[in-house]
Design a protein around this ligand. Sequence first.
Ligand code: TYD
Length: 144
Amino acid sequence: ELNEPRVVQVKTVKDPRGLLGVVEGLKEVGFDFKRFYFLTELREDSERGGHAHKRLSQCFVALRGGVTIKLEGFGKRHEFRLDSYDKALILPPGYWRELVDFDSDSLVAVLASDYYDQKDYIRNYEEFLSYSRPAPVTKVPYID
Ligand code: TYD
């Protein structure tokens, strides 16, 4: 499904000088980026996330180390282990996320579709549940 979280392959270009990895916006991951941020100096027992976004789309890449990303949204749960710089998690809006099981030396890059906006966060789980309901089943009208 189009609006489900998914992991895609990051394009890499390797030559004797080293490796170059690239993630392109709209044409590749479905949105353009306005913000880059990263997580590092993480403790192995850290738990991050614990919120959802109303409109923000994000793309996560574990440039070094690894992280497990647990997701819930629209009536479904997903879990991804990002542990290689050539994998990118594309995360549409509306998903509650928990980031757990960090490797101690991790560096996690995040590309986001918009600037930081406190008002885009849903930090209350009950509020999230009413926001991220499963999509209604479309009924085909019965024609006599
Ligand atoms: P938060 O989004 O809660 O981090 P995580 O989901 O990784 O646990 O943000 C942590 C803190 O950093 C919070 O005080 C807001 C601040 N912050 C910014 O100022 N700008 C940003 O772009 C982000 C992502 C967070």
